[in-house]
Design a protein around this ligand. Structure first.
Ligand SMILES: CC(=O)N[C@H]1[C@@H](OP(=O)(O)OP(=O)(O)OC[C@H]2O[C@@H](n3ccc(=O)[nH]c3=O)[C@H](O)[C@@H]2O)O[C@H](CO)[C@@H](O)[C@@H]1O
Ligand SMILES: C=C(OP(=O)(O)O)C(=O)O
Length: 422
């Protein structure tokens, strides 16, 4: 398994091009199942999760052609399997996003039930409840969600909690359903709006995306379209936190600052100077950061996917930060590893109290999930001495060439592959 070897202390300065958003690209790839025409996507990030999604679609008979410059064309004219097997769903929970498209276009689907994962149980009961309300005969059988419906019917659906992939699955199911679907308590994440914009280009009739009430009038068929995936606000935020913790001056290009309000406010509160244009963000950090408290919340609140990275910054900030994780029950797995680097963090339930120390000290640490891994990298960049981050396959799931992008702005960071380490 690859590791990252980091020598901390370098100031970070320069330009970074932000990749397309993993969490927008994954539902958008699955949306290709909704039509027999070709969908052409630009700005698709080169990530392991995207590879997994393409392999899953390939097994179903979707033909994909990878062009240059992060472009992929997909054609689902010859779908031959309506099943998402366990081996794929277990490596990527977002595989559940094929359920809505398969069921609504082909009238049946068999998708392995995702298990829990490091950050929490993450059930998919709301996806199932919504599809049942649209008339699907849906049950759990031998670890699979098995669903059938001659044609889904529009329905009024209020999910019990705000769910991102739940909203996406129901949105994709509703675009080909008969009649009108109203999704109440819908998630408002920018990745949902990005998916809705592609669906509208394909001929779907959707209103209210980006709000908590989405109204969809089903159509009989969708057609081909092309679309550029929105910038990854979490990747951009991760680089800003790295500069916030290590010090420096970064220019993020191809970014979407309008999707990052809650984080940008907090970084300014921490002492970072932020300037933005329509598609760029410049972040400058000259002094030691000030500790900043957050409560994670659904968009437009502070994203849970940025909690771990901001915690790394708080570890070396002046003052004490109270950080509350409201979305996932077990998303403090990085705390113990940060502690091995000298961080002072107390956890009480879903609250972490981080008392900043003047400096962290490098150590060997183990990554446990995607954003936890990113927080350990940030801590390593800011720490004194040498840090090894083990098990970085989590990082490769969601960050495109992270170490190369960091090296280009002055970080001393190397990937050590299995063979070299042996
Ligand atoms: C691929 C993708 O886009 N992943 C993102 C998506 O995950 P994901 O869509 O899985 O997260 P959800 O928004 O569904 O989860 C929010 C909360 O609702 C709970 N829940 C959800 C669905 C359900 O049927 N039942 C239920 O109880 C979950 O356990 C969690 O506690 O949104 C999360 C919250 O912003 C992000 O951290 C993930 O990066
Ligand atoms: C939790 C995340 O992703 P996933 O839902 O794919 O596990 C993430 O992107 O931080």
């Amino acid at each position: 398994m690859d590791k990252l070897s980091i020598t901390g202390g370098a100031r970070l300065a320069g330009d970074v091009a932000v990749s397309g958003a993993k969490n927008a690209a994954l539902p958008i790839l699955c949306a290709s199942l909704l039509t027999a025409d070709t969908i052409t996507l630009h700005n698709v990030p080169a990530l392991n999760d995207i590879g997994t999604a393409l392999r899953l679609l390939d097994r179903m008979g979707v033909r994909a052609e990878q062009g240059r410059d992060h472009t992929i064309s997909l054609n689902a004219a010859q779908v031959s399997s309506l099943e998402a097997p366990y081996e794929m769903v277990k490596t990527m929970r977002a595989s559940i996003l094929v359920l809505g498209p398969l069921l609504t276009r082909f009238g049946e689907a068999r998708v392995s039930l995702p298990g829990g994962c490091a950050i929490g149980q993450r059930p998919v009961d709301q996806h199932i409840k919504g599809l049942a309300a649209m008339g699907a005969d849906i049950k759990i059988e031998h670890g699979f969600v098995v669903a059938k419906a001659a044609r889904l019917k529009g329905a009024s659906i209020r999910t019990d909690m705000v769910t991102v992939t739940g909203t996406e699955n129901l949105l994709m199911a509703a675009v080909l359903a008969k009649g009108q679907t109203i999704l109440e308590n819908a998630a408002r994440e920018p990745e949902i709006s990005d998916l809705a914009e592609l669906l509208i280009k394909m001929g779907a009739r959707i209103q209210g995306h980006g709000t908590d009430r989405i109204v969809i009038d089903g159509v009989d068929a969708l057609h081909g379209a092309s679309h550029r995936v929105v910038a990854d606000r979490i990747e951009a935020g991760t680089f800003l936190c790295a500069v916030g913790a290590a010090g420096g001056d970064i220019m993020l290009r191809q970014a979407a600052p309008d999707t990052m309000g809650a984080l940008l406010d907090k970084l300014q509160e921490a002492g970072m100077t932020i300037e933005c244009g329509p598609d760029w963000i410049r972040g400058t950090m000259r002094d030691r950061p000030r500790a900043v408290g957050i409560r994670t919340h659904e968009y437009p609140g502070f994203p849970t996917d940025m909690q771990a990275q901001l915690m790394a910054l708080n570890c070396i900030a002046s003052g004490t930060a109270v950080m509350v994780e409201n979305i996932f029950e077990n998303r403090f797995m990085h705390v113990q590893e940060l502690g091995r680097m000298g961080a002072q963090i107390d956890i009480d339930g879903h609250t972490a109290v981080v008392t900043g120390v003047p400096a962290l000290s490098g150590a060997t640490v183990m990554a446990t999930d995607l954003r936890a891994s990113a927080s350990l990298v940030i801590a390593g960049l800011a720490a004194k001495g040498h840090t090894t981050v083990e098990r970085i396959y989590h990082l490769d799931r969601g960050y495109e060439h992270m170490e190369q992008k960091l090296r280009a702005i002055g970080a001393d960071i190397q990937r050590v592959s299995d063979k070299e380490a042996a």
